[in-house]
Design a protein around this ligand. Structure first.
Ligand code: NAD
Length: 324
């Protein structure tokens, strides 16, 4: 049966093709900028849509549900789904699914390690220095960094992404400590990772901290002023999870005052806004939420998202429902 699908922004063709091959009418928002909630609502008013393929920048809550009662399924083109009010969807019998691609976990884990290595080896600072014409020849004291081999990594959250980061870090010769609401026996057995019962126990012991928790009420500002003060002054913080997991104001203070040595961020508390104070700091590496932006990952995410829609309309349970 024909279905109307709205896609809030362009995604890789492979996903659109899967939907069109099923005979569905697929309307893709032609604008490349992030749509406001008002714009999404105005699109949804134009037609009776059956499903919406959303992005993590789309705020989907009861205001959207109310104007589009025909939409029975929202599929988020992302692993996270904190942009969708899943409880309000459930109340209305609306199904929400995400697109947690295996490739995405790999890509984010690789990006996390890249940020750690950038901080340790000061690659970004060195690049800026060379481009500014300041390099006048080898110097024994230029951009002294730190080794990662032999250092300790503290992971907060060891699900799909955190578990992979643990594996890569182990291969780099790091010792792994972790904390999670669930014990991860696999990384304990295979990577000799040591469990800590809380961030408070983990933070004072590690040289790098990497965050891999979803954004929940319990993880908002999980890294705050108190926690930053518990870290070693030589330690680095890496966040590729969600911006609000870190209190960004407290982080800016900690970096400015060398409470910690540096930070690598792919996500920001008030995305896409980044405070000018943070951008001025030298001891920080910033990337624009691109940790999962590999060709392979984005194609796989589009396939998963589209297949969730097909499964739903062909009477199968979509594999990635997040509000059942
Ligand atoms: P996952 O669900 O596999 O793992 C999350 C882990 O966090 C789980 O082991 C869970 O038990 C743990 N956890 C939950 N609450 C906790 C708490 N209060 N304290 C400690 N541990 C807690 O998720 P994942 O696939 O590893 O992804 C993690 C997050 O990474 C996603 O939710 C998403 O927000 C983010 N992400 C970011 C990008 C990016 O582009 N930067 C891409 C993909 C995912």
């Amino acid at each position: 049966m024909s279905k109307n699908i709205f896609v809030t922004r362009e995604i890789p063709d492979i996903g659109i093709k899967i939907l069109k091959e099923k005979g569905y009418t697929v309307d893709v928002n032609p604008k490349s900028s992030i749509p406001t909630q008002k714009q999404i609502i105005s699109f949804l008013r134009k037609k009776q849509y059956d499903a919406v393929l959303t992005l993590l920048t789309d705020k989907i809550d009861k205001k959207v549900f109310e104007v589009a009662p025909s939409v029975k399924l929202y599929v988020n083109y992302a692993t996270g789904f904190d942009n969708i009010d899943i409880a309000a969807a459930k109340e209305r019998g609306i199904v929400v699914a995400n697109a947690p691609a295996d490739m995405s976990s790999e890509a984010v884990a690789e990006h996390t390690i890249a940020l750690m290595l950038c901080l340790a080896t000061r690659i970004v600072e060195g690049d800026k220095f060379v481009r500014a014409g300041k390099y006048k020849g080898w110097s024994p004291m230029n951009f002294i960094g730190t080794d990662v081999a032999g250092k300790t990594l503290g992971l907060i959250g060891t699900g799909r992404i955190g578990g992979r980061v643990a594996k890569y870090a182990k291969n780099l010769g790091m010792k792994i400590l972790y904390t999670d609401v669930n014990r991860n026996e696999q990384i304990e057995k295979e990577l000799d990772a040591t469990y800590c019962d809380s961030p408070d126990t983990l933070l004072p012991q590690v040289d790098f901290v990497s965050l891999h928790v979803p954004l929940l009420d319990s993880t908002r500002h999980l890294i705050n002023e108190k926690h930053l003060k518990m870290m070693k002054p030589t330690a680095f913080l890496v966040n590729t999870s969600r911006g609000p997991v870190v209190d960004e104001k407290a982080l800016e203070f900690a970096l400015k005052n060398r409470v910690i040595a540096g930070a690598g961020l792919d996500v920001f508390e008030f995305e896409p806004k980044i405070s000018s104070g943070l951008k001025k700091l030298q001891n920080i590496v910033l990337t624009p939420h691109i940790a999962s932006a590999s060709n392979e990952t984005r194609d796989q995410m589009a396939e998963i998202a589209a297949n969730n829609i097909v499964d739903f309309f062909e009477g199968r349970t979509p594999r990635n429902i997040v509000n059942s």
